[in-house]
Ligand binder design. Structure first.
Ligand code: ATR
Length: 281
């Protein structure tokens, strides 16, 4: 145990969002608090955008170890942090705040979570030879692209319904931009297809994408985890392509945050994965 976990006062952490009731983070962090027998808490706290600055100030004043940040605060919280790590700066979003020395410090663990899940799900996946096509150009796409580039993937193409956003992402990260209408043709030489759009999520339209041109060995990764098996993943699985589901990204982005606050690197066990999959249904 580290100094942090041996302190007598309980360690407090939270997730802030607006709304925040849908967040699965309390389930994950409370599971680890119980598993490791820690004296601590993890709450879901609704913070309206107008209350963000005062909300963060009160977390600092109340001695919180830190908090996760979800929609719609991931960008706005950056300006309220004393420092932001390189991932947060490159991605342009903070999903984890660590309070130390009486100051909030922003981090982004989404990229690391995306990569850890890929490595865990497809241990043989070669990053050095990878050619990726990323669908979408929002905050999640930025985290995915950053993570892939950190692993040495140089051939990354991006496509998005709104061409200007694809171009902005392409310019920021030095990517080839493919028009949304030509994404199927761009499948032919990719080794990794990643969906970061909302398409396929429960309540959203399906992603319409004919996978015929995709090589049989190409991996298909959907970061949407509700449902776990999106129509894209079902189609990829049916034709025998290796697939990666999105729930592991959620679990693995939580691990580094938990470690920063509670001082223990938590395990993403099959039992935890099943519990969270069940809750996400
Ligand atoms: P996140 O932070 O999760 O990436 P976001 O910034 O709102 O959220 O981005 C959502 C992504 O899903 C965008 O790429 C968006 O495309 P646009 O930039 O064109 O809006 C994509 N998306 C959402 N609904 C879509 C739809 N019906 N068709 C195509 N793309 C869609």
């Amino acid at each position: 145990m580290t100094d942090k976990t041996s302190k007598l006062s309980p360690i407090r952490a939270a997730v802030i969002g607006h709304p925040v009731g849908h967040s699965l983070s309390p389930l994950i962090h409370r599971h680890w608090i119980t598993t490791y027998g820690l004296s601590g808490s993890y709450d879901a706290i609704d913070v309206a955008p107008a209350e963000l600055a005062t909300g963060i100030a009160s977390f600092v004043a109340e001695g919180y170890a830190g908090f996760n940040v979800t929609v719609p605060h991931k960008q706005a919280v950056m300006a309220l942090c004393d420092t932001c790590d390189p991932a947060a700066r490159a991605i342009g979003a903070v999903n984890t705040v660590v309070i130390s020395g009486g100051k909030p410090h922003g981090r982004n663990t989404d990229a690391a979570g995306f990569i850890m899940n890929l490595k865990e799900s497809l241990p043989g996946f070669s990053f050095t030879d990878a050619r990726a096509l990323v669908l979408g150009a929002g905050g999640a796409a930025r985290a995915v692209v950053y993570g892939l580039q950190q692993e040495g993937v140089s051939a990354i193409r991006v496509t998005n319904r709104t061409a200007e956003r694809a171009q902005a992402l392409g310019d920021d990260f030095g990517l080839e931009v493919v028009s949304w209408d030509e994404k199927e043709a761009a499948l032919s030489d990719v080794t990794l297809l990643v969906n970061t759009t909302a398409l396929g999520m429960t309540g959203q339209p399906s992603l319409t994408l004919d996978l015929s041109a995709l090589a049989p060995g190409a991996a298909v990764y959907d970061i949407v985890y509700k449902p776990l098996m999106t129509p894209l993943l079902c189609a990829a699985k049916d034709r025998g392509n290796p697939i990666v589901t999105g729930i592991g990204m959620l679990l693995h982005q939580a691990g580094p945050a938990f470690e920063a606050w509670f001082g223990i690197a938590p395990a993403v066990t099959p039992a935890l994965r099943r519990t969270v999959e069940e809750a996400a249904r």
